[in-house]
Design a protein around this ligand. Sequence first.
Ligand code: UTP
Length: 297
Amino acid sequence: MKAVIPAAGMGTRFLPATKCSPKELLPVLDKPVIQYVVEEALEPEGVDEAVIIVSKEKPQIEHYFSPAPELEDFLQSKGKDELAKRVQEAGALPVSFANQDEPLGLGHAVLCAADAIDNEPFFVLLGDYFVPSRQMCIDMLEVSRAHNNASVIAVAPAPEDQVSRYGIVGGSCVGCLEGHDASGEQPGAIWKVDTMVEKPKLEDAPSHLYIVGRYLLSPRVMELLKTQTPGAGGEIQLTDAMLRLLDEEEMYALVVDPKQGCDTGTPAAWAATNARMALEHPDTKLAFYEELGDVEL
Ligand code: UTP
């Protein structure tokens, strides 16, 4: 099974930093965001490759995942074996690349991986968001297996004043993850999806559950994307193709805790993610506070 990671967007919310370097290569501590995403993508049983969607303007992503034997030799000659190992690991991950000629939207980016997915279910993981525990996709696969290999999307409850900013799902709660005691919009609850609405007014929203950027999709979505016309913003939207899928196949949503994931798509989100990751480990936490000195947060 493949995991598709779209990383060919313009990153306009992060300009000018993204003028000539992709936002997916921004570091979180010592690794670029997209390496966290690739490692997360490879975690569920059966995923053997991450297919990264890139553009001609962003050749750096492919470079990053290429082997760098000269750099490894140099580091080893200086006795920096641990760093050499980290560099080697980044160049040895099972990734492949597909090109998106123009940033025509998330649905279009996913369609660029059509040849690679081989008529099998596939994951989609947005390239600017990652889950440090790597558990979300594993749980989604469990839900899919329990429901006849149906498509599963991860959703999280949005605060009421933010519902109109997101794609919101509607449906009904039909159970929960094994070992959880969850219902309604609580993390661990499982919904059968019957609709999706892009940026609804709060009073029209079918729930508060927004799509967070992790999808496990039936290969039928690829077929539907081939005939998908542009939607909101003139872009080919993945949610529009998924709405059409609902007419043909069952789809489920797994409610996740929004704190499980780290966004890096804006300067503020990226800075918060770095701070959070630095504070999660005793050694980086100490160094973080030392660097801050007497600056108050
Ligand atoms: P975003 O909408 O967050 O990324 O898409 P963006 O368009 O690059 O960012 P802004 O809004 O201009 O700041 C989520 C992911 O989908 C990819 C992006 O690279 C990002 O990782 N994407 C988006 C594509 O690969 N192609 C597209 O046409 C659009």
